[in-house]
Design a protein around this ligand. Structure first.
Ligand SMILES: [Cu+2]
Length: 89
């Protein structure tokens, strides 16, 4: 069974949880919800994980992430001040 892993990340002055673990080879997505107007967290992007988007306040945004390769991958806010990590293992 390829049950999709969907992990919720709350965006409020940073990313919570800051580190997310995903199982290699299982379909996965991150679901971001920004709940604070603070800072420049209204955009999120990741070259590693191939997504870039605005994060409207209080609207969940879901991005599929690749899990074919094990490792640590990062994403960050629009100005690269805050970052989060996805560990595929
Ligand atoms: Cu920022």
């Amino acid at each position: 069974m390829n049950t999709k892993q969907i992990v919720d990340v709350t965006v409020a002055g940073g990313y919570s949880p800051a580190v997310v673990h995903l199982q290699q080879g299982q379909p996965a997505a991150l679901r971001f919800t920004r709940t604070s107007d603070q800072g420049c967290l209204d955009q999120v992007h990741s070259a590693d994980l191939h997504f870039a988007s605005d994060l409207p306040l209080n609207v969940a945004q879901t991005f599929d992430v690749p899990t074919d390769k094990a490792g640590e991958f990062n994403y960050s806010c629009g100005m690269d001040m805050f970052s989060g990590t996805v560990v595929v293992d």
